[in-house]
Write a protein that binds this ligand. Structure first.
Ligand code: SAM
Length: 369
């Protein structure tokens, strides 16, 4: 990847302040800098990369990396239509324990990526979300869902993320592909930024359908990310026992069998997820934001990956966008693979995952020294 040195921060300046000053005014500083407005920034010293305006927090020289990363420089990230790329990924890295698929929502129009602190509406073209109608949208999805189905292992699951515009039609589609009895449930995700409507019900949630490939799916219900604290009243009323290790618990007998619940383990969360705000992925104020349109928050994907995969298991995102699923999977010690037909998505995800690998290598080196 060719790099261009942009400059060095003065000792009194944080790198963030430096980059905001330079990139924020790039439009006025002529073509030389404007070229780099959509670039990933890379720190020469620590080699970490921040797509768009995400910055190194040290005071180091930085370089700009052109926005389009070499195509397929990471064999686990394929640039192209998932219809043809997923069978190849399956051959090399499958079968997969989890496939998370977050297609365009059939909302109409095109989606643009934010550059530096600019508006999405005027940013780089990222992908088209127009199919000429629901039937054409479903006709596009059907064969792609089929290749994803085939890429799953026997205990694998597909999580399909859409909104009210197409989710019900896709439920019927998935019933046909997976079999109705393999519908494992749905998550109502409340991003916290939905549109309030005057002339009808507001739309403040999106839906994730979960389908199992076989009769059972990997489900780590005891993972802390799938737990929440018991209500205070419940703790006071029911958790009156303390075991020899000092842990507070309650015991319940259900159908003649005794069950013990520990207060510190928390209770299982429900199917309405309010605690993974979209804002953390979409505001230029957070580190995880890449500027890619409809980027999902890492907290949402972390819970999904933890719920449905085992350490070392393989995770597929056939329409990876900014690479949220894959970056999280990599960070959690899973194998990852994905595809996207947008060159902007491919470049951002490649840089984002390179940053995760670089951070992991640096952590290993620190631990070894
Ligand atoms: C909603 S975005 C995904 C956002 C992603 N989950 C994230 O967190 O950044 C949908 C993505 O699907 C991609 N896409 C659409 N059709 C595709 C296809 N046939 N094959 C691969 N990618 C496709 C688009 O380029 C776009 O990046």
């Amino acid at each position: 990847m060719s790099r261009v040195v942009l400059g060095r921060a003065t000792p009194s300046q944080t790198l963030r302040a430096w980059c905001i000053r330079v990139l924020g005014t790039a439009g006025r500083q002529g073509p030389a800098l404007r070229r780099y407005r959509a670039s990933a920034l890379q720190c020469i010293s620590c080699a970490e990369t921040w797509p768009f305006w995400r910055l190194c927090r040290t005071r180091e020289t930085i370089v700009a990396v052109p926005p389009v990363a070499p195509i397929n420089s990471n064999p686990r990230l394929r640039f192209g239509d998932c219809l043809t790329e997923v069978p190849e990924l399956r051959r090399q890295f499958g079968p997969f324990q989890l496939a998370y698929m977050d297609p365009p929502f059939n909302a109409g129009g095109t989606r643009r990526a934010r550059q530096t602190k600019g508006e999405r509406a005027t940013g780089t073209h990222a992908y088209v979300d127009y199919w000429g109608g629901l039937d054409d949208f479903l006709a596009m999805l059907r064969p792609r869902l089929q290749v994803v189905y085939e890429a799953l292992g026997p205990q694998g699951s597909l999580w399909l993320h859409l909104d009210h515009r197409a989710i019900h039609d896709c439920k019927v589609l998935l019933d046909e592909i997976f079999g109705r009895s393999h519908f494992a449930g749905e998550i109502i995700w409340v991003p916290g930024n939905g549109g309030k409507r005057r002339n009808g019900p507001s739309v403040t949630h999106q839906t994730i359908l979960i389908y199992a490939k076989g009769d059972t799916l990997i489900w780590n219900g005891d993972d802390p990310s799938l737990r929440e604290p018991f209500a205070d009243t419940s703790l006071k009323m029911h958790f009156k026992n303390v075991d020899s290790a000092g842990r507070q618990f309650r015991e319940r007998v259900i159908n003649g069998k005794s069950y013990r619940y520990y207060a510190d383990a928390g209770r299982r969360i429900g199917s309405v997820w309010l605690d993974c705000p979209a804002m953390s992925a979409n505001t230029p104020l957070t580190n995880e934001t890449t500027g890619y349109p409809t980027q999902k928050p890492e907290s949402l994907l972390e819970r999904i990956v933890r719920a449905a995969t085992l350490p070392g298991g393989a995770v597929l995102d056939p329409m990876h966008g900014s690479g949220t699923t894959l970056a999280v999977a990599c960070r959690l010690g899973r194998n990852y693979a994905g595809s996207d037909q947008s060159s902007v998505a491919h470049a951002i995800a490649t840089a984002r995952i390179a940053a995760v690998h670089a951070a992991q290598t640096a952590a290993k080196e620190r631990a070894a020294s």
